[in-house]
Design a protein around this ligand. Structure first.
Ligand code: B12
Length: 215
């Protein structure tokens, strides 16, 4: 398919509507037509995820729409990632993300991870039940600028304080900030444990991460 006949906006639409098959097909067709993968990411995919985030914040989209959009985004990114890595395109920042120790909830954390990835970050997802020292070790190994911690239980959210303390004790707080979120977490709680940022939703997490990575 030649550049002129290939409608790249279909990739934007496919992510917005969560159509994984179309997202993958258009991505493959674009690569076959020798379209710059970076162009696909910056002109179609990131704006689509930004729009998904905007609709979520305006209550036009709900969690299911967010999840299928993130799945379409990830499907396309999986095809593009090796090409982007090969070209050494610098990510906006590197984020180590996980759910706090003792907590097995991962839906919100997965959404935040997918939105950050869609926002141009390199994301290292450590999964659930992650100990403070594991966050720190991976942040060191990956050279992360941010650690993002999720908690869904009032009984586990204090574990976020242990992550903040571990980062400070390891002496990496200068280059690596800690952001927190999850249903029971509030701005006030985030400040009380010395976290660097908080958001109550996945698209807000991207805005926050961008802000912290540019200061
Ligand atoms: C699904 C669910 C489960 C599933 C989890 C499946 C999975 N793979 O995640 C299962 C069934 C396993 C489960 C288990 C339990 N659950 Co549960 N669970 C829920 C439920 C219904 C939905 C959570 C969810 O996914 N929400 C949707 C996501 C999208 O929202 P979110 O996580 O808040 O994420 C958003 C934001 O918070 C933010 N965000 C999230 N993380 C981060 C991180 C950062 C850095 C940032 C910036 C933002 C951010 O962005 C996200 C997207 O916008 C909630 C009820 C509820 N309404 O919250 C109960 C709930 C959290 N569970 C609860 C409980 C008690 C349990 C159990 C202890 C039950 C039991 N007795 O076994 C166990 C605990 C197991 C464990 N050790 O973790 C309670 C917690 C009560 C409390 N005060 O602590 C809740 C509130 C239900 C209730 N009303 O009682 N649970």
């Amino acid at each position: 398919m030649a550049d002129e006949t290939l409608d790249l906006h279909k990739l934007h639409e496919a992510i917005l509507t969560g159509d994984l098959k179309v997202a993958v097909d258009v991505t493959n067709a674009a690569l076959a037509a020798r379209i710059d993968p970076q162009r696909l990411v910056t002109e179609q995919m990131i704006p689509a995820m930004d729009e998904v985030g905007r609709r979520f914040q305006n209550h036009e989209y709900f969690v299911p729409e967010l999840l299928i959009a993130a799945r379409a985004m990830k499907g396309s990114l999986e095809i593009l990632r090796p090409l982007l890595v090969e070209r050494g395109i610098e990510p906006v920042g590197r984020v180590v993300i996980g759910t706090v120790k003792g907590d097995l909830h991962d839906i919100g954390k997965g959404l935040v991870a997918a939105m950050l990835e869609g926002g141009g970050f390199d994301v290292f997802d450590l999964g659930v039940d992650v100990a403070p020292e594991t966050f720190v070790r991976h942040a060191r190994e990956t050279g992360a600028n941010l650690i993002a911690v999720s908690a869904l239980l009032t009984t586990t959210m204090m574990g976020m304080k242990a992550v903040v303390e571990a980062v400070r004790e390891a002496g990496i707080h200068g280059q690596c900030r800690v952001i927190v979120g999850g249903a029971p977490v509030t701005q006030q709680f985030a400040e009380s444990i010395g976290a660097d940022g908080y958001s109550d939703n996945a698209s807000g997490a991207v805005t926050l991460a961008r802000r912290l990575c540019t200061v």
